[in-house]
Ligand binder design. Sequence first.
Ligand code: SF4
Length: 335
Amino acid sequence: MDKVVAGIVAKALDGGEITAAEIRTLFGVDWRSEEAFLMQHASRKMSEATAKGKGEVHGQVGVDVGPCPKNCEYCSFAAKHGVFPEARVQPTAAIVENCLGLEAAGANAIYLMATAAVALPDYLKIAGEVRAALRPETPLVANVDDFDAAGARALRKAGFAGIYHCVRLGEGQVTAIDPRVRVRTILAAKQAGLLLGTSVGPVGPEHTVEELTATTVLTRDLKPVNSAACRRINIPGLPLTAHGSVKYGRMAHILAVVRLASGYDIVGFGTHEPNGMGAMAGANLFWAEQGANPRDTSEATVRGWTVERARHLLEEAGWEPLAGPSVMFGGGQRP
Ligand code: SF4
């Protein structure tokens, strides 16, 4: 066992904040090594301690399909890819029905996802209907385009408990969004009292230890209530697809490093798509999706991950699926 790695892991487990240099060291370890398994075990212990052994499944409903001007290289909605040439917002009744279906299946929080082509006032109108239909204690989470302080206040007023927002790997290079804009949005949300869920991703095999470390530190500094590490799901024919996919075994190592770096302040730690190796390595948050999403070319996909299936996977990895509102998003305390 490498004593340096063991020392860094012990520091994290003892509640110390590991440095960027230490994070780099952990990312640099071979994912099939004894040290990588030590990290995964420690990551799991950390999640067990913060979440008291519970796991959560959050449901996400896609509001629209169509060309998105932000043109993220890995996304099926990017206008330049032409996968969805026509913009279409799903009927509100269908969105509400999907949200209610996820809630009835046991989702602990509901996310409403829209591309950057949907204007915030239109999104808020839909969200109002969803909020009114859901149980009052079910946290609603916004996954939307960047917004300012007024937008953040409007989201909070509409009954959102939090946002899912990330500074993605390669932000500004493989996307048309300045990373500073992403950070500004997150700070505005927090200022308005919205809780932050975030992640390090989408990870591809081409990402260097340096890139992973920088995003891990940035993500930690934003002080989310839950974080995650997610691999890129490749859409056939898109340019980044040529790099291939990170293996779930390597993702388990990556998520363990991000989890250890995030510390005890976050309750939950996720990975996407749900997988047993990630769940064993400390991921206790999975997402189930309805409607379209950026990793698919179909308008109405659940990508095979229903709430029930994700809950079952948590159980298989020794987590107890939480019943009721997400603890990670405030435990049902409405804004
Ligand atoms: S990832 Fe989001 S912002 Fe980027 S192109 Fe897709 S929908 Fe637009």
